[in-house]
Design a protein around this ligand. Structure first.
Ligand code: HEC
Ligand code: HEC
Ligand code: HEC
Ligand code: HEC
Ligand code: HEC
Ligand code: HEC
Ligand code: HEC
Length: 379
């Protein structure tokens, strides 16, 4: 143990020295970034920096890991917490934490009477400098045990960098929360952080492992009646659903769409052959995953929705709550139903025309008693 500690101290010093020699070194490069950008070197013993431990707050240069990340990622390098809840930074895939500051994101029919703050739309990372506390509703990850009070950028990303997509954590220990991940990091290809926003012609290519990765903290949420809304979360997309996805090109053209131009980033699926420019619909290898319906950081809709699950017409997103309107992929018609329709079109041609799907496809009582959508029976 002593030996290991000494080794780490020496490494801190050594790498800090290398970084001075080579300041242009790319950041987060497998831990080769200048340690002193994030760890304080003042608190030293015999000229050696003290080992970062939880007891000394890992000798971070600011009060929390999340604040540290935001010193470079708030408005730059991906802008994950910018600018204003009704004027977010360009969408790169994960969504944005800025929506956490919205006073109301509830676009249910009576959402103006039952406001739900933006905390319901994001993974609430604790960041004292942004006045952002833990989620007020969930003590832990729904379906799992990860403590909300420890949720930080480093719950999901490895600050020291690794080989994984977006430096996401894989199997093993997560220092924040002292938690263990069972499943590896997911495979994907992403957009350039300083480049164009997501579009139908350029988008994250989700390849594999996305449901398992979220399941590190949530289990297979929605399966086995774990939730009020029951749905497969890691299944192949069978033929009839693939066909529906391919043909659906919006409410004005529900069955006449071109299969080769049917992909929309608002309703992605994972597929090992996916690329950032894929525009065709699902293949027999395509799978439904958590990211089909959710964003990883958050959105201006409840439950980190890629679209707002609570409204009948997604073309009117934000009209009731005043929150940022999530752009609809289909803009030629005034009205567009829940994007669930893209996979379920033949089944819902005749039903569910007057309400959002989850108003009926959810049973029991809601987590917000007296809330907008309460007391529905399972169909
Ligand atoms: C981008 C910021 C950043 C840089 C650069 C950085 N660290 Fe860290 N480090 C952290 C954070 C944040 C933690 C706290 C643990 C966590 O939240 O994952 C940490 C924790 C640690 C720990 C204890 C826990 C662990 O993960 O093993 C050690 C040891 C450590 N850092 C060493 C280093 C060394 C050596 C360097 C330079 C090669 C370095 N760090 C560079 C952000 C950074
Ligand atoms: C001193 C500035 C700095 C700090 C502090 C910092 N980063 Fe970064 N980060 C960067 C830069 C620069 C890039 C590369 C930007 C680019 O590709 O355009 C980057 C890239 C990333 C990426 C994308 C990597 C990829 O493969 O696409 C992630 C994710 C990330 N950082 C997360 C974090 C997290 C989490 C923290 C806090 C532990 C953190 N960063 C702290 C500067 C920083
Ligand atoms: C490191 C653990 C962790 C991982 C990984 C994780 N989550 Fe979470 N998630 C949490 C915690 C803790 C909460 C409760 C705190 C909160 O809502 O901010 C939560 C809350 C949520 C919520 C409810 C938000 C609300 O306020 O009602 C959704 C939806 C969600 N997560 C989806 C996902 C999806 C999708 C993924 C994969 C892309 C994922 N999570 C990965 C820990 C995690
Ligand atoms: C619950 C897990 C989780 C947390 C917490 C989290 N991230 Fe991420 N982050 C992801 C995932 C997953 C992606 C890839 C999403 C995609 O491509 O759809 C990502 C993507 C990114 C990117 C790439 C740009 C983008 O918008 O897609 C950056 C930069 C980043 N995260 C930084 C951060 C910072 C900074 C924090 C803390 C404020 C943070 N993340 C907190 C899971 C998380
Ligand atoms: C087919 C779309 C879809 C998929 C796939 C999906 N979700 Fe959801 N998720 C929803 C909807 C819709 C809601 C809102 C349900 C409600 O209001 O009752 C939701 C709500 C949630 C919540 C919030 C629960 C709360 O109490 O606030 C969590 C957590 C969550 N999902 C996690 C996940 C995870 C983890 C996965 C993958 C294992 C996943 N979801 C896959 C559509 C989906
Ligand atoms: C990517 C395509 C896809 C999306 C998007 C999708 N589903 Fe599904 N859904 C499926 C598949 C595949 C099944 C499983 C069918 C089976 O097992 O026969 C399913 C099953 C269902 C079932 C059970 C049907 C039955 O016969 O038991 C319901 C209800 C349902 N989905 C509603 C929704 C709702 C509501 C949404 C939007 C929040 C949604 N789905 C989004 C593909 C999708
Ligand atoms: C007004 C309530 C209501 C709404 C709104 C609603 N549904 Fe349903 N749905 C039902 C009921 C009831 C059934 C069971 C019908 C049966 O078994 O004959 C059902 C059945 C289904 C099935 C299974 C059909 C089959 O043939 O096996 C799917 C899939 C489905 N709904 C999806 C959706 C989607 C997607 C939406 C939103 C676009 C939606 N529903 C909106 C009440 C509703």
């Amino acid at each position: 143990m002593m030996k290991l500690k000494f080794c780490m101290r020496f490494m801190l010093l050594l790498i800090a020295t290398i970084a001075v020699i080579n300041p242009a070194r790319a950041f987060h490069d497998k831990g080769a970034a200048d340690c002193s950008m994030c760890h304080t070197m003042h608190n030293s013993e015999n000229g050696m920096p003290v080992n970062p431990t939880p007891d000394n707050n890992y000798l971070l240069v600011v009060s929390s890991a999340t604040d540290l990340c935001l010193s470079c990622h708030q408005s730059d390098n991906g802008s994950v917490w910018a600018q204003n809840p009704v004027n977010p930074a360009p969408q790169l895939g994960s969504g944005n934490f800025i929506f956490g500051g919205a006073p109301n994101i509830n676009d249910s029919p009576n959402g103006n009477l039952v406001p739900l703050t933006g905390s319901h739309g994001i993974h609430n990372c604790v960041a004292p400098s942004r006045n952002s506390g833990p989620d007020p509703v969930h003590m832990a990850a729904p379906g799992g045990a990860y403590p909300s009070s420890e949720l930080s950028c480093t719950s999901c990303h490895d600050p020291h960098g690794n080989e994984n997509y977006r430096m996401l954590r894989g199997v093993g220990n997560v220092p924040a929360g002292n938690f263990n991940f069972m499943y590896p990091a997911p495979e994907a290809e992403g957009l350039t952080l300083s480049g164009q926003a997501e579009s139908i012609t350029l988008h994250t290519a989700y390849k594999s492992g996305w449901s398992n990765w979220c399941a590190n903290c949530h289990g297979y949420y929605h399966e086995h009646a774990q939730d009020l809304f029951e749905h497969p979360v890691n299944d192949a997309i069978e033929g009839e659903y693939r066909l529906a996805y391919e043909r659906y090109a919006g409410s004005g053209n529900p069955i006449g769409g071109n299969a080769f131009e049917s992909y929309i980033p608002e309703l992605p699926f994972e597929d090992v052959s996916m690329t950032t420019t894929t525009s065709s619909g699902p293949t027999p290898l395509s799978r439904i995953a958590c990211i089909t319906c959710h964003r990883a950081h958050g959105s201006s809709a409840t439950d980190l929705g890629r679209w707002d699950f609570r409204e009948l017409n997604i073309r009117q997103d934000g009209h009731i709550s005043g929150s940022y309107p999530l752009p609809s992929p289909y803009i030629t018609q005034a009205s567009e139903r829940q994007l669930c329709v893209k996979c379920h079109e033949p089944q819902v041609r005749q039903h569910g025309l007057t309400k959002a799907c989850i108003e009926c496809h959810r049973f029991g009582t809601l987590s917000e008693p007296g809330g907008p959508i309460d007391q529905f029976k399972k169909p």
